[in-house]
Design a protein around this ligand. Structure first.
Ligand SMILES: Nc1ncnc2c1ncn2[C@@H]1O[C@H](COP(=O)(O)OP(=O)(O)O)[C@@H](O)[C@H]1O
Ligand SMILES: [Mg+2]
Length: 271
């Protein structure tokens, strides 16, 4: 990791300095974000509801531009990408999977949704097919190809939505609360699929407040506090072990640990 992050020829793929984002000129969502993200990292973006996780993912995806501060992504100025400049090519390299799969799935069948990006790139049909087969296989969703998105279960929709982004073969995958509202079995199936994508070399940034999935999907964790800035950034293991930090970030509740006798891992279910 140290080597990955500090190698001389290894520029960060995302670099944020003093980034602030304000909605409607008054709702501060992020304030003073300094952050470097390197190729091949697996990062958990942790924070309570409203701490700015989705906003940060939208900035990384070039959907939003910072209100203040500077931000570069894959060698580009993100403000230019957000203004539409080179946005199409940028989104071949960076893909965001929204929290709500219904935002991502809009075609009559799953296959149409997964093929949408590659078709839009104007790729030949055998290449489109190869990419769809690959993306569906990665999400163990091959059997879902002919199904209508609206008739899928929550977990199936999630896998279809991720496949629809993977078919562009992005280098960076941004996942917004991928396990929200899934039952435990479905959740762990998905978590394992995400881990496999990471092992295959993708850069993956997952926003979540579910601490039990963090050791599986991330080696680095970034904690956003309720003050809308970064409270901590470091090895996931160390962050998960820092109870005071997690309480401060509203990721665990103090009243669950009234006597200080139970270890953090016991309560949060971290293996
Ligand atoms: N479209 C919006 N308009 C106004 N305020 C918003 C909008 N989206 C998010 N916010 C505000 O920005 C803050 C951060 O929100 P968000 O990035 O969605 O956090 P998270 O994903 O961690 O729950 C919250 O205070 C939220 O109310
Ligand atoms: Mg969110």
């Amino acid at each position: 990791m140290t080597e990955k992050r500090h190698g001389a020829d290894n520029e960060p793929i995302f670099s944020l300095r003093g980034v602030r984002y304000v909605y409607n000129r008054r709702q501060v969502a992020l304030d003073g974000i300094d952050l470097d993200i390197f190729r091949g990292e697996q990062i958990a973006l942790l924070g309570a509801n409203g701490s700015g996780k989705s906003t940060l993912l939208k900035l990384l995806d070039g959907i939003l531009a910072p209100t203040e501060g500077t931000m570069r992504a894959l060698g580009r100025n993100i403000a230019a990408v957000a203004a539409g400049q080179d946005a199409f090519r940028f989104h071949r390299e960076v893909g965001l999977v929204f929290q709500d799969p219904d935002v991502q799935l809009f075609s009559p069948t799953v296959l149409d949704d997964v093929a949408f990006g590659p078709l839009h790139l104007g790729l030949p049909s055998d290449e489109v097919k190869a990419r769809c087969d690959e993306a569906l296989a990665l999400m163990e969703a091959t059997h879902l190809a002919p199904r209508a998105p609206f008739e899928l279960s929550g977990g199936e929709k999630k896998r279809a939505a991720i496949a629809s982004v993977l078919s562009l073969r992005p280098e960076v995958l941004l996942l917004d609360e991928p396990t929200a509202a899934l039952d435990p079995r479905t959740k762990w199936v998905l978590v394992n699929l995400i881990r496999n994508l990471g092992h295959a070399g993708k850069t993956i940034i997952t926003a979540t407040h579910e601490l039990d999935i963090v050791p599986i999907i991330a080696d680095r964790a970034i904690v956003l506090g309720e003050e809308r800035c970064i409270l901590a950034d470091g090895p996931a293991e160390a962050i998960l072990a820092d109870r005071e930090l997690l309480i401060r970030a509203n990721l665990i509740h103090e009243h669950l640990h009234p006597h200080g006798v139970c270890s953090y891992s016991h309560h949060a279910g971290v293996p």
